[in-house]
Write a protein that binds this ligand. Structure first.
Ligand code: ATP
Length: 366
């Protein structure tokens, strides 16, 4: 039996972040005990708005380097609207981690669970299971404030730039096709849709050109194209037909919130940000200061992000048991909803953060 150890950098952060991070670790531990064959070692890193208030630093000294040395990073949530830099921007050390470690592939699974809210009345919505792959280091966010900002011409005009590089886009499309292959091996549709606006923008035509170049290496995977506006329509009209959707940064930002809304809300939205050598995992929600400290947060986004992380680690460290533990978590969430044992307050149920966490660990131990 393997005695592999996964070294995780844990950055709980602000607001509901610490609570949902605790939940993710508790569930990963229950899955680890169930499956066996590996250990988890945690390196706790202080960062975020509350830490900044105390120290004037947004992450502890050496924290960024330590995060990079871990096998993966698990982040709770960062930022509080009440704590800002002098220029008015919020505390966001995690965005530096994204740039520093080249976390270009933003993986955002969107899956319908039984008894969880479904916004679409068509019964086929119950089979919704897709992934939005959002490029996360360039695109229309290239000139976001973290990269020096866009261009302001006097007080009369402002410009932002859409940056699409061959290097990142090749890796992104390859990631999309490999993800579709992996999902196909587990019963998925084996399909990638290139979402763009290639009929209008030269940057988007280039994005699609590279998609076409790369797809020839993945003949077992079907492909299609959708302009981003038509994709928004189809995500409401027939989202169950899609599998992996690959797109630039801003389109992914918008469509992943739309898609997340179809299957519940932010408390269900897990996320992985993956580069060539590093992976950071976190719920796609923020620190939710309106419900912090009240045991009301839905920890499932963090718990499912933990499952994504175990799957990533399984491949990175060549430890199959980690993928089995990941699958066990997915099954526990699925079973929990099916048997009406998971009733998050976020959806009007009676279960807060601790109750949901305890129920999933119980299911894993049965
Ligand atoms: P950010 O810009 O950092 O993503 P935000 O203010 O846009 O933050 P959130 O902090 O995610 O968004 O909060 C948006 C709303 O969703 C809030 O009303 C919050 O209470 C709710 N929310 C977010 N996460 C959860 C969760 N895990 N469980 C329950 N409700 C949540």
């Amino acid at each position: 039996m393997t005695n592999a150890t996964a070294k995780i950098a844990s950055i709980p952060g602000d607001g509901i972040g610490p609570d949902v991070t605790d939940a993710a670790f508790a569930v990963m531990d229950a899955a680890r005990i169930k499956i066996g064959g590996f250990a988890i070692e945690v390196d706790h890193i202080d960062a975020g708005a509350a830490y900044f208030e105390k120290t004037k630093l947004d992450i502890e000294p050496g924290g960024e380097e330590r995060a990079g040395k871990a096998d993966a990073i698990l982040l709770g949530a960062i930022g509080l609207p009440s704590v800002r830099h002098d220029d008015g921007t919020e505390i966001s050390p995690h965005l530096r981690l994204r740039d520093r470690y080249g976390l270009y592939a933003g993986v955002r699974p969107v899956k319908a669970y039984p008894n969880a809210p479904q916004r679409l009345s068509d019964p086929r919505a119950a089979t919704l299971d897709l992934v939005i792959l959002r490029e996360s280091t360039e695109g229309l966010f290239f000139t976001a404030a973290a990269n020096g900002g866009g261009e302001l011409i006097g007080d009369n005009e402002a410009r932002d730039t859409m940056r699409i590089t061959r290097k990142t886009t090749e890796k992104l499309h390859d990631f999309a096709f490999k993800l579709a292959q992996k999902r196909k091996a587990r019963g998925g549709k084996g399909h990638v849709t290139c979402v763009d606006k290639a009929n209008v923008f030269v940057s988007m035509a280039f994005f699609r050109k590279i998609f076409d170049e790369r797809r020839s290496a993945f003949t077992d995977i079907d492909h299609g194209y959708n302009y981003v506006d038509a994709m928004a329509l189809d995500l409401v009209r027939k989202p169950w037909e899609f599998d992996v959707l690959v797109m630039e940064n801003m389109f992914g930002d918008i469509l992943s919130d739309l898609a997340g809304g179809l299957v519940g809300g932010m408390g269900m939205a897990s996320c992985g940000e993956i580069g060539d050598n590093h992976g950071l995992f976190q719920g796609a929600h923020g620190s939710a200061p309106d419900i912090m400290g009240q045991d009301k947060a839905n920890p499932l986004a963090a718990i499912l992000s933990g499952a994504l992380m175990l799957d990533y680690l399984s491949e990175k460290l060549s430890v199959p048991q980690m993928a089995e533990a990941s699958q066990a978590i997915h099954n526990a969430v699925d079973d929990g909803f099916r048997d009406n044992r998971l009733r998050p307050m976020e959806f009007g149920g009676d279960m807060g953060t601790l109750a949901i966490t305890n129920e999933i660990t119980t299911i894993l131990s049965e």
